[in-house]
Design a protein around this ligand. Structure first.
Ligand SMILES: [Zn+2]
Length: 98
């Protein structure tokens, strides 16, 4: 079976006068078929990270206003969801090889 392999030519000069050079053929990356499940899991993780940081900001704002222990439960829940979402994304990648 014939296979077409695309490659790039990379040239390095080994001196400042550019009289000596090395050339390499570097295989082009193979076309990657996107995994929609990985994309979805990554989006869930991104939202979880964003929510965690939003809760941290709310807690900091409360502390600055002298309301010391607000948002503890919300922050813990956001941390738990972030951890769960990360584990789900990593487990999928490991299982699926994507
Ligand atoms: Zn996948």
């Amino acid at each position: 079976m014939e296979q077409l392999i695309q490659a790039y030519v990379v040239t390095f000069y080994t001196d400042k006068s550019q009289s000596r050079m090395l050339r390499f053929f570097v295989a082009a990356p193979s076309p990657i078929i996107a995994c929609t499940r990985k994309e979805a899991l990554t989006q869930v993780y991104l939202r979880a990270v964003s929510e965690y940081h939003r809760m941290q900001s709310a807690k900091l704002a409360a502390l600055r206003h002298g309301e010391s222990f607000l948002f503890e439960d919300e922050l813990a829940a956001a941390a738990s969801e972030r951890k769960r979402a990360k584990a789900a994304a990593l487990a999928h990648s490991k299982e699926h090889g994507c």
